[in-house]
Write a protein that binds this ligand. Structure first.
Ligand code: OAD
Length: 295
């Protein structure tokens, strides 16, 4: 499949390249999940976690697709959770598009400064550490993340593909060349001027709506999901394309598909197992089941 023209971030299916901010309602809960919740999610989860653990063998190629729910237990807000999600309090059109930056660069820069402070203060949680340990128990573990906080790398994960960039890095708005912390720390303007071009400004090295994903990272991610045995989507609403398509590509290529999320998503009806739990609890449980399994 050719991905040219499909790399722009948006909520529409792959062919679209425009952003739509219409409300997307939560899908109806799958009957099995609803029943599971009534019966006691923890108990059912451990059955699902055992099934998933049995699929993660020393020869397994595992892909984790993480979203902002993965960082929620580190204190970093998600985007779409009611009340706590960033997009319930701010409009992405005002803060996360190239047009917003062109209109009001100071406002956008200050908002990202605020978010950067939160990311700097955050620490990886037990779920991040469980993924680091999992790396030693399977043949290959690749984390494909939509998160821009770098927490997977800070916790020690080795193979991390960042699809939406990294909020702690800055680039020139014109040349897209990196801008160092040293330059930023001495700058007086908000946002700082770019050292690379006279008309450029510093901007966060993140992908905004309507912009394209880093081509190399996305193509690598497609290669990984096409060749994996197990894919686990963790803490993502599975609404933002093209990242949201990756688990389905894995499934179509024959992988076992799992999801970890306290709330069902559009993906939930398509997965082999759904662990309806926060990432920290689900991943540590998965790890402890794997540790207890006979080698
Ligand atoms: P969303 O905010 O859309 O979804 C977060 C998901 O995490 C929801 O499905 C929650 O139910 C789930 N969640 C919340 N707490 C959790 C926990 N403790 N453990 C596990 N899951 C939990 O965030 P993303 O799917 O990451 O893009 O959003 C994708 C993209 O949309 C982001 O990368 C960002 C955003 O606009 C850009 O900025 C380009």
């Amino acid at each position: 499949m050719s991905w040219s023209g499909c790399l722009k971030v948006g909520l529409r299916p792959l062919a679209g390249d425009r952003i739509e901010y219409t409300h997307v309602s939560q899908p109806a809960m799958p009957v099995a999940v609803e029943k599971a919740c009534q019966e006691g999610a923890g108990q059912v989860m451990s059955g699902a976690a055992e099934t998933l653990a049995r699929c993660c063998k020393p020869s397994t190629r595992l892909v984790i697709l993480s979203g902002s729910g993965m960082s929620a237990e580190s204190g970093i807000p998600t985007f779409r959770d009611a009340q706590t999600g960033l997009w319930s309090r701010f409009r992405p059109e005002d803060l996360a598009t190239p047009e917003a930056f062109a209109r009001d660069p100071e406002r956008v820069w200050r908002w990202y400064e605020h978010r950067r402070d939160g990311v700097r203060a955050a620490r990886p949680h037990a779920g991040h550490r469980a993924l680091v340990d999992l790396e030693t128990r399977v043949a290959r573990l690749t984390i494909v993340t939509q998160n821009v906080d770098g927490l997977h790398q800070r916790s020690g994960s080795q193979r991390v593909l960042e699809l939406h960039g990294n909020i702690l890095r800055s680039i020139c708005s014109v040349s897209r060349k990196p801008i160092s912390e040293t330059w930023l720390s001495t700058a007086e303007d908000v946002p700082p001027r770019s050292p690379h071009t006279s008309e450029g400004l510093a901007r966060p090295d993140v992908v905004w709506f309507g912009e394209s994903l880093p081509e190399h990272a996305f193509h690598e991610a497609v290669g990984e999901v096409n060749n994996c045995d197990v894919c686990i989507a963790v803490g993502t609403s599975a609404l933002v394309q093209p990242a949201a398509s990756l688990p389905m590509i894995a499934r179509e290529a024959g992988a076992f598909l799992a999801e970890i999320n306290p709330v069902p998503t559009p993906l939930s009806n398509h997965v082999d197992v759904f662990l309806r739990e926060p990432a920290g609890r689900a991943l540590t449980q998965l790890l402890s089941i794997m540790q207890a399994m006979p080698g």
